[in-house]
Ligand binder design. Structure first.
Ligand code: FPP
Ligand code: MG
Ligand code: MG
Length: 324
């Protein structure tokens, strides 16, 4: 475990996140009450605000930062993330998001897609106020997000290792935006290119850990605010499933057979989930997640000592903790 972060720093971060929250609600405001309601739907349903948190912490590595720029940078990251969730739920045909009805379930696919576009437009307007460098990184990140989603939709190509394909998808669809959040935090406080490179590597790695841990929760938890086992039913690859499929041990065959069964019935899905939960691959997946978090933590050694660095180390523990 890492050294604890001071209460002062924790309160400071919470204060900035309150400002971010106010601005998010403002940005979701549209010309009609219907669009405002639909745009606020997923924002107000909750969420971890992991990307704004990372922006705020990374903005405190030294140097001056204005509240205006800090809030803008954090809001751009969260709006982009939420916009992508509106689209993702359409692609995944998800009915639940953050414990609430998904937008596509409530208003249909067309509205959900357009509201995602609306929030992304808001993010684009805000990022333009920060400057060209920010716009460039935002655009590059958008391209990676989209390519990650397309690669996930297509699946591994012939001859491609499914595990490597999955890790590449995770890096693109999640690692890229979390890396951008860490870099945005560094940029608003004027960090050197070297520090920004460290933040990018740290953010990408912890972002991958974040998604791997999230995917594990699909198997282990009933309290995610999403339908448990949905990835399994939809045939979306996750780390434990890929480790199981790569196994040549005949003892793993019965679990593989269960995963290959028709999982449309709730009873069969529950059986498959239970078999997977008891499999050795769960421990292997957790060990892999811990090793990646350790790699992310190792990057922090190159950052200036202080509360922000401690907070980033704490974040590593928290992200890993979600999967155990
Ligand atoms: C959630 O993954 C989805 C993402 C991390 C990225 C989605 C990206 C896009 C739809 C493209 C970019 C679009 C815009 C408008 C920026 P998941 O389905 O594995 O996670 P879940 O369990 O939270 O649904
Ligand atoms: Mg999804
Ligand atoms: Mg998805």
């Amino acid at each position: 475990m890492s050294q604890p972060v001071s209460n002062e720093f924790t309160d400071f971060v919470a204060g900035k996140l309150d400002l971010v929250e106010e601005e998010l609600a403002r940005q979701a405001g549209a010309d009609t009450p219907f669009v405002t309601e639909a745009a606020n739907h997923i924002i107000s349903a909750g969420g971890k605000r992991f990307r704004p948190l990372l922006v705020v912490i990374c903005s405190q590595l030294g140097g001056r930062v204005s509240d205006e720029d800090l809030v803008r940078a954090a809001v751009v990251m969260e709006l982009t993330h939420v916009a992508s969730l509106y689209h993702d739920d359409v692609m995944d045909e998800a009915t639940l998001r953050r414990g609430a009805e998904s937008a596509n379930q409530r208003w249909g696919n067309s509205v959900a897609i357009m509201v995602g576009d609306f929030l992304f437009a808001r993010a684009s307007e805000t990022v333009s106020r920060l400057g060209t460098e920010y716009v460039r990184l935002q655009a590059q990140t958008f391209a990676r997000l989209v390519q990650g989603q397309i690669a996930e939709t297509r699946g591994p190509l012939a001859g491609e290792d499914p595990l490597q394909h999955y890790l590449d998808v995770v890096a693109d669809k999640t690692g890229s935006l979390i890396a951008a959040a860490a870099v945005f935090g560094g940029m608003v406080s004027g960090q050197s290119p070297e520090t920004l490179a460290v933040l990018r590597r740290f953010g990408e790695e912890i972002g991958i850990v974040f998604q791997l841990a999230d995917d594990l929760l699909d198997i282990t938890s009933t309290r995610t605010g999403k339908t448990p086992g949905i990835d399994l039913r939809e045939g979306v690859a996750t780390l434990p499933v890929l480790l199981l499929r790569a196994s040549t041990d005949p003892a793993d065959q019965p679990v593989k057979d269960l995963l290959d069964a028709d999982l449309s019935s709730d009873e069969v899905l529950a059986q498959a989930l239970s078999a997977l939960r008891s499999s050795h691959v769960m421990d292997e997946a957790r060990a892999d997640i811990r090793a990646r978090a350790d790699r992310a933590r190792a990057e922090l050694a190159a950052l200036p000592e202080g509360q922000a660095r401690l907070a980033l180390a704490e974040l590593c523990d928290e992200v890993v903790g979600r999967s155990s």
